[in-house]
Design a protein around this ligand. Structure first.
Ligand SMILES: [Zn+2]
Length: 308
């Protein structure tokens, strides 16, 4: 018997978790979360872990999303018990709230460099980190820009670590958050938007929480970059991400939410794209260019069927 290949060993590690994705409760999307369109094309039938996850694309705007996706309850269980062990099994090394801290500090410091010129002239005093996990990013921003920082995250164990760093904390989802009328000068949504269950609702909630002269930073894993670098659409799909954003779909989301883009940052990993925004006027019918949408389907088919 020959030695196991890397990919066989990975499949064994994932199988050993015993997570039965196909048995989880699901919800089906009938209307595109970005544009409200109702005509979809299925682009993949499994994800990078090998789970039978179907991703659809909206024919009108090009947004790609899991459909069906797990219910909010199933995702809550997923983040409590499965998410970190699954990502560890995939990469073949331990990835948990502790081990990601160094990586997150470097990530935060690079984002702070990008934001700094605008931040210096902004007079921002308060920060809200949405989906801020253990608070590493909020802590770096707080120290760099002298901000009063609050972290909101649904995971109680991660929020506990954030609190120990001296940050204000809220356990829960931003969609349900009642700030009691308070607004924030600077809101960040870092490495989180692809994990949300309703991007449109979350962005409109965030828009209402930003003070008049405030700033907002969000970044995406650029879906197009992810499938091109792996030469595989399936490798770019993972059950942890209900949404697969591109520069074009993210800009349409921001325009519809009334967030004007001040600057764009292509991260050094060539995968993440960051947007620094300020509150502006809503453009409720903003859409990606139809040429882009058609090119995306053509490119996906070419990646799935390379010439010999
Ligand atoms: Zn759409």
């Amino acid at each position: 018997m020959g030695a196991k290949t890397g990919s066989e060993a990975r499949q064994e590690r994932i199988a050993a978790l015993g997570y039965d994705y196909a048995a989880k409760p699901i919800r089906r999307t009938r209307r595109c979360n970005l544009c409200g369109g109702d005509r979809f094309v299925t682009v993949t039938h499994r994800d990078r872990y090998g789970y039978p996850a179907t991703a659809d694309g909206c024919l009108r705007c090009g947004l790609v999303f899991l459909n069906p996706a797990m219910t909010a309850g199933a995702y809550a269980e997923f983040y409590t018990d499965v998410y970190r062990p699954l990502v560890s099994a995939y990469h073949g090394r331990l990835i948990d709230a502790e081990s990601i801290q160094d990586e997150q500090r470097d990530y935060a410091s690079a984002r702070a460099d990008f934001i700094e010129p605008r931040m210096r002239e902004s007079g921002c005093k308060t920060l809200l980190d949405v989906g801020g996990s253990t608070g590493v990013v909020a802590h770096v921003m707080k120290e760099r820009f002298d901000l009063l920082a609050t972290v909101i995250d649904p995971a109680p164990l991660e929020i506990e670590v954030a609190r120990a760093l001296g940050l204000k904390t809220v356990t829960g989802f931003v969609e349900d958050y009642d700030s009691g009328g308070a607004t924030y000068d600077f809101i960040v949504l870092c490495q989180t938007v692809d994990h949300l269950l309703d991007v449109s609702l979350s962005l409109s909630k965030i828009r209402n929480l930003i003070s008049e002269e405030g700033l907002f930073f969000v970044d995406i894993v650029d879906f197009r970059a992810a499938y091109r670098r792996n030469s595989s659409v399936e490798e770019a799909i993972k059950i942890d991400h209900p949404y697969y954003l591109t520069d074009e779909t993210m800009r349409a989301y921001l325009a519809r939410s009334g967030l004007d883009v001040l600057g764009i940052d292509y991260a050094a990993d060539h995968l993440h794209v960051g947007y620094l925004c300020k509150p502006g006027r809503q453009v409720p019918d903003a859409l990606p260019d139809p040429g882009f949408v058609n090119d995306q389907w053509r490119e996906i088919r070419a990646i799935q069927n390379p010439l010999p």
